[in-house]
Design a binder for this molecule. Structure first.
Ligand SMILES: [Zn+2]
Ligand SMILES: [Zn+2]
Length: 267
């Protein structure tokens, strides 16, 4: 496979669920021989009426301040791109468009973490609601794909992490057609997907999305894929990338995308 080692999904202590400062994450990446990193700290969007204590414009400003600091510290050692992981971005479309226009982002991950403002992580998973949660997750993901204001869709089958954690199936077959529709929108709009390795070290026990979804994406004509660890800790930067490259090879992909100002620049 023809690529440089680039981690396109890393969180720093800017993220509310991150504890490791950006410069420490850079140090870990550099020590592991990674050449390019995108810090994709979280920015979550909500249904009207919910006011977040974290996510506001100052948050983005402090992100870029920190990023600039690290760019100086790692000048010539690491290529640092500007990015963010937008959760439920279709809920605040004007704000998202304004952020993308006004800040020098290279790469935006579009993710769904919440249903009705409640994080998938915090939901209760039971026999009697598991289908409903899966349906709602894929419905929201379809809304995001239709809207298309992102560069790559994050951890496409994230539902499986939570389902498997509670002993339930990932419901791939039940949602195969919706997933196909999601991928078609992504391809039509010239967007991509990420292969997120965090699933390998967490309850899902496999990368997100699965090999079946990667193959479907390729069959539909999808070509743009980034690889990201979704690291929140230094030891997880670049974790399981060899497994990811192998999965991509087997699914017929031989290139990994890197971005600059929302444009794919192949390595
Ligand atoms: Zn995420
Ligand atoms: Zn993430």
């Amino acid at each position: 496979m023809d690529h440089i080692k680039a981690d396109y999904h890393v969180h720093s202590s800017i993220s509310p669920d991150g504890n490791v400062p950006m410069d420490e994450m850079c140090k870990a990446a550099w020590e592991k021989g990674i050449k390019e990193v995108v810090f994709t700290d979280h920015y979550e969007f909500y249904l009207p009426g919910m006011k977040s204590e974290y996510f506001h414009e100052e948050y983005i400003k402090s992100y870029f301040k920190e990023l600039e600091k690290c760019r100086h510290l790692y000048d010539g050692k690491l290529l640092l791109k500007g990015g963010m992981e937008f959760g439920q971005s279709y809920l605040e479309r004007d704000t998202v468009k304004r952020f993308i226009k006004n800040y020098p982002f290279d790469y935006i991950i579009g993710s769904v973490h919440k249903l009705n403002n409640v994080d998938l992580e915090k939901m209760e998973y039971r026999e009697d609601n598991i289908h409903d949660i899966a349906d709602r997750y894929y419905e929201e993901l379809l809304k995001l794909a239709r809207w298309g204001e992102f560069d790559c869709m994050g951890h496409l089958d994230l539902f499986k992490r939570h389902a498997r954690r509670h002993g339930f199936s990932d419901e791939y077959e039940r949602h195969e057609e919706t997933i196909r529709e999601i991928l078609k929108y992504i391809i039509e709009r010239g967007k991509g997907i990420e292969l997120n390795t965090s699933g390998i070290r967490q309850e899902a026990r496999e990368a997100m999305p699965s090999s079946a979804i990667l193959k479907m994406y390729g069959e539909l004509g999808g070509e743009i894929i980034t690889v990201g660890s979704d690291a929140h800790k230094a030891q997880d930067v670049g974790a399981d990338f060899e497994t990811a490259y192998e999965m991509l090879n087997q699914a017929g992909f031989n290139r990994i995308a890197c971005y600059e100002r929302h444009k794919v620049v192949r390595q």
